[in-house]
Design a protein around this ligand. Structure first.
Ligand code: ATP
Ligand code: MG
Length: 204
């Protein structure tokens, strides 16, 4: 029996090229890296984010604040900086600093669709701290930031791009940044090569 996998082709990832990506002239490079995988761009816009949008987008919970804050406490101890508050408060400081960063200038927002879109984009983006992001990833190849200097200066680590962590998160995030009608539904010629079962159309 033929297995239909159409819904799997519709997974979506939400991407933000952060203010540093825009200012560093990396818009084209970043989109190119994602586009050439075969994922389909279904929405794209340049916007100046509001503080509200960023707080809603980075809706972190207490366990996230605590975990991130604990790492900050560790980094402060290593850097001989005083510990002035609870770990959870340091965690909240990260999102405060992040919102300041994200609202500093225009960003590019985009939605990419295709098989395993979330995992594929995550792999291209790399891990959070550019110092330790793998070579070959966007964060590893195009920037040099690290937690020690971002923590010392109480600012967000500048890592060029955001991408969704899970398909459900992507759907939640897309609603914050795009209207339904901004998301286009169309077929790319490329998709035949990626997904068609028999490839009848390529032989003469
Ligand atoms: P993003 O959500 O932006 O795609 P991510 O999922 O890799 O990045 P998160 O843990 O969700 O990382 O953190 C969100 C953002 O907050 C990071 O991209 C970074 O800009 C900033 N950030 C996270 N941890 C720290 C930290 N310890 N010090 C400074 N900034 C941080
Ligand atoms: Mg994240």
């Amino acid at each position: 029996m033929e297995q239909h996998s159409h819904t799997l082709h519709k997974e979506r990832s939400f991407v933000i090229i952060k203010p540093d990506g825009v200012q560093r002239g990396l818009i084209g490079e970043i989109i190119h890296r994602i586009e050439r995988t075969g994922l389909k761009m279904v929405a794209l816009k340049m916007v100046r984010p509001t503080e509200d949008q960023c707080w809603t987008h980075y809706h972190k919970d207490d366990s996230w604040f605590k975990e991130k804050g604990e790492r900050t406490v560790g980094d402060r101890i290593k850097a001989n900086l005083p510990i002035e508050k609870e770990a959870i408060e340091y965690g909240k400081d990260i999102v405060r600093a992040l919102v300041k960063f994200m609202t500093a200038g225009p960003v590019i927002i985009a939605v990419f669709e295709g098989n395993k879109a979330v995992g594929i984009v995550k792999k291209l983006v790399g891990s959070t701290e550019p110092l330790t992001s793998d070579v070959g990833t966007i964060r590893g190849d195009f920037t040099i930031d690290s937690y020690d200097i971002s923590v010392a200066d109480n600012r967000a680590v500048r890592n060029l791009i955001h991408c969704s962590d899970k398909p459900e998160e992507a759907e939640r995030e897309i609603k914050i940044w795009f209207k339904d009608e901004d998301i286009l539904s169309y077929r790319l010629i490329n998709e035949a090569m990626l997904y068609d079962v028999n490839l009848d159309s390529i032989s003469e």
